[in-house]
Design a protein around this ligand. Structure first.
Ligand code: PMP
Length: 287
């Protein structure tokens, strides 16, 4: 089946969808994105992603490409047209193209943003075998820019981080800045010690994960203890367990950090329980 994608108001076969070579997303990574997961053919936390998208656009002085209602309709259309039961909807909005290359932002009155959405079919997303095994991570230096709270498409360093992890025989990397863990290459980072969940507080240093917000709320409702503070990779290595959260992998247990096994080297009970609660609650609230 040829995938149907959405580009600037049109639903097209992926082979017919085009964007200008002068698009600022292509030339300057001048764009933002969101990834919303689909379970049971429904969108998980669409509202959270729509709100964060609006914030990212505002922070970059980019006009909204369409309303929240239109955005929801496009997501639903793509899920239906591509028969997605489990998978992802990727959305990207860039500052568009004024037909040339210039560092100065084009006039938003005359240059419209580019909006692109496509689906990724991922059968077995919820029942992911990787979550049963748990992830091995390495730590690397965080050399990204200072506005990680904006979900921009500048993903070269996170991509390089994943490659460094792969080369080291691991699954992913956590990033370290000034001696403290910021987050994972594409997820928020947590460890658990003596039943307490520790994660870095929100700031411009990390992406304000939609899954992070939901998981912390659910952990609180389940009477789990949470502490938001800076932490080192050494603390995480000495933890009882660790995990990451993201919209595409939900709650992912971490079983090894820089070659050091956590606990007995298998997914910890709190990570497993949070994954179950998150999937359960999110499915109930999916639209
Ligand atoms: N941090 C970074 C750097 C990310 O790229 C992501 C995923 N996009 C996250 C955290 C997790 O955010 P979310 O739960 O909204 O997917």
């Amino acid at each position: 089946m040829t995938r149907t994608v959405y580009v600037n108001g049109e639903y097209l076969p992926e082979t017919e969808a085009t964007v200008s070579i002068f698009d600022r997303g292509f030339l300057m990574a001048d764009g933002v994105y969101e990834v919303t997961s689909v379970l049971d053919g429904k969108l998980i936390d669409f509202e959270g992603h729509a709100v964060r998208l609006e914030r990212s656009l505002n922070e970059l002085d980019m006009p909204a490409a369409c309303s929240k209602e239109e955005l929801l309709e496009i997501h639903r259309q793509l899920v239906t047209r591509n028969e997605i039961v489990e998978g992802l909807v990727y959305l990207q909005i860039t500052r568009g193209s004024d037909g040339d290359r210039d560092f100065v932002f084009p006039d938003p009155e005359t240059t419209k943003p580019t909006i692109v959405l496509f689906t990724q079919n991922k059968p077995g997303l919820a029942d992911n075998p990787a979550a049963k095994k748990g992830a091995k991570i390495i730590s690397i230096e965080d050399i990204r820019w200072g506005r990680r709270d904006i979900k921009t498409v500048q993903l070269l360093y996170p991509s390089m981080g994943k490659m460094m992890a792969k080369k080291a025989g691991a699954d992913d990397a956590w990033l370290i800045e000034d001696g403290h863990v910021t987050e994972g290459t594409s997820n928020n980072a947590y460890f658990v010690k003596n039943g307490k969940i520790v994660t870095r507080p929100l700031s411009n240093d990390i992406l304000h994960g939609i899954t992070r917000k939901a998981v912390l709320r659910m952990a609180e409702e389940a009477q789990m203890e949470i502490e938001e503070r800076l932490f080192t990779i050494e603390e995480a290595k000495e933890a009882d367990e660790a995990f990451t959260t993201s919209a595409s992998a939900f709650v992912m247990p971490v079983v090894e950090i820089d070659g050091v096994a956590l606990g007995d080297g298998t997914p910890g009970p709190i990570a497993k329980r949070l994954r179950e609660i998150y999937l359960d609650e999110s499915l109930k609230a999916a639209i």
